[in-house]
Ligand binder design. Sequence first.
Ligand code: FAD
Length: 318
Amino acid sequence: MSVLIFIDINEEGAVKKTSLEVLTYGARLAQQLGVPAEGLVLAPVKEELAALGKYGVQTIHQVQNEALAHFDAQVYTKAIAQIAEKTGASVILFSNNTDGKALAPRLSARLKAGLVSGAVALPETANGFIVKKSVFSGKAFADIKIATPVKIITLNPNSFTIEAGAGTATVTPVEVTVDAPKVKTVSVNRQSSEVPLAEAERVVSGGRGMKGPENWGILEDLAKALNAALACSRPVADAHWRPHNEHVGQTGGAIAPNLYLAVGISGAIQHLAGVNRSKVIVVINKDPEAPFFKAADYGIVGDLFEVVPKLTEAIKQL
Ligand code: FAD
């Protein structure tokens, strides 16, 4: 019995921040269950894996296999299933990010393991295994009992605080038997913003109120001053003002940063569905009746073309 934590590696070979959250969560859960916490790395990595022990994981299984050089959900699922069976994992954890959402359901079907996606807290294990998850686009919570011997959980990004101690993990090489991916990666395009949107602690987002792509410079300056990622509403991406990977909402990405700064966005329900788990929402809109103000923690009623440069200057002075 163990808790097996999938460690997500980005294309630059670095451990994703969301993985540090899952490592902390997994270590705490393992402690609660009285079993070891073990990490699993499939992709090529440039970081010192033993150092991840400071998040509470004792062992890291590292697979080095050419077939796993780039993320492929089918090949990765097969590899994780083999390691889970070899290590006798009783709980398998992922981040509820794009990779985790692709892997967890496939693994659930393969291992016949119950899955709860989008967990927001440690499971209650005193009487069964009950996982709290966010439902209805963050408007409510549901407690779900997993009854299968092997359990899979995906953890919502930014819902668990990363905690680091002083430990070191033992890194053990493991082998898997997988076929080459059926899809070949020909090139990898970097995201437009320097901070990946899904992992960002702060997000500056623009809507149709920005009037056109030529005006995005003021948002880029603000994002830079805040060390934030850029996002946008759907009409902005549909009009090709910004790339589609920045579009958030019901049909775009769902994010939960510590700060979401919405500029010239009306706050339609479909937009809110992707951002209402943000810890603090700040809205800049010239219309005091804009629906977004109802969901905001702080609001500025004013012309964004006047407010945003002043805000950026004020932040730079801090
Ligand atoms: P608008 O609604 O046009 O709002 C622009 C805002 O900018 C206004 O509030 C205006 O007051 C303000 N403004 C204008 N000029 C200024 C200025 N100078 N200074 C300050 N403020 C200014 N939308 C999403 O975003 N994400 C989704 O995932 C999504 N999915 C959808 C799915 C479905 C099935 C449907 C039907 C719709 C979906 N939509 C989605 C669209 C959604 O309903 C809204 O149409 C959209 O969010 C509006 O985008 P917006 O706020 O940028 O534009």
